[in-house]
Ligand binder design. Sequence first.
Ligand SMILES: *Cc1c(COP(=O)(O)O)cnc(C)c1O
Length: 401
Amino acid sequence: MDLDAIDFRDIDPGQRTLMGPGPSDVPARVLQAMCAPCIGHLDPAFLSIMDETQQLLRFVFQTDNAVTIPVSGTGSAGMETCFVNLVEPGDEVVVCVNGVFGARMCDIVQRLGANLIRVDAEWGRTVDPEAVRQAAKARQPKLLAVVHAETSTGVCQPLEDLRDIAKESGALFLVDMVTSLGGMEAGLDRMGIDAAYSGTQKCISCPPGLSPVSFSPAAMKILRERKTPVTSWYLDMTMVGSYWGAERKYHHTAPINMIYALREALRIIAEEGLKPRFSRHLVNHRALVAGLEAMGLSMLVAEGERLPMLNAVRIPEGADDLKVRKALLNNFGLEIGGGLGALAGKVWRVGLMGHASRRRNVFLFLSALETVLRGQGLKVKTGALEAAATVYASETASDSA
Ligand SMILES: *Cc1c(COP(=O)(O)O)cnc(C)c1O
């Protein structure tokens, strides 16, 4: 192959405003942290960075779980880690499905040779705890799994009832927190969650590449008492855990510079504080919805079941999904997401995640969308920015900054 024929230029993707379902905007401080020298994965200087990263992760997960570590890989690696460690062939596993990510859990459970008990709900609605209770009652499951923030639809699943059902039936409670962690209340210990995983590129506002995972002592007991070895060598938490724990035993080379980035992103969250961060997400969400509704658009998810960081809005009649998103990207440098699966072509997914959950982004998106829709000949009501501004005026100034 003749490489001389190709003009390899510097990488220069240009600036974007990331308001899709992830990745979200990464603060400059996080990118800078990645540029620190790459040192060895057993270097004492790196070991203390690992310890600090774990402390910060426990803070963000709101847990005392000793086994709280960033798994090498994206959010799906965290999902796979939880199932592959806690599930053995023949185990009964209840999975709640109301979107793409619940369905992905089912795929993994079946690949592990476990017995899947699937409880479905309409996409765009929450899962009914009564249906889950019936399913759990019949089968005595070992694990009950649910997605907290279903990024494919914008639905927030209440966890309390499902947690109670898991406890009643003696099952471990596993929660996907890929999109909720760092953007809304999700305290692991207070909520009685046994295993949880997240991703770095949603509300943590770090590039994709790591998946924070936390296992409670009850989950670790199940892992230790397995009859069969964990089928994934790479994701075996007993082995990964002994590198992150006191033993410091080499398992695989840690992605050093990604861990620098995660530590910095978590440090930024700690500086802001969890409560102020969650209310910032909520205020910007309310302002965005007020603006969209003022324009005459409607949300997919009913009020009261919506996520603050992922807003699914119905594509108005006459709008061309792809052309609108292309115009937002080309003319405004603004990325939003399209619909997945059954919702493809029906909704846009507008993220307000982590660093991207800002007042200026809400105003940018509303004015950009209004301009693009008018440009396509749609009749759009005026007053979107005023409606958003009214929401901000009723909140304290610092909440949305
Ligand atoms: C993004 C996402 C995942 C998958 O994460 P990847 O980083 O894409 O592997 C899993 N669950 C939810 C809820 C997500 O939003």
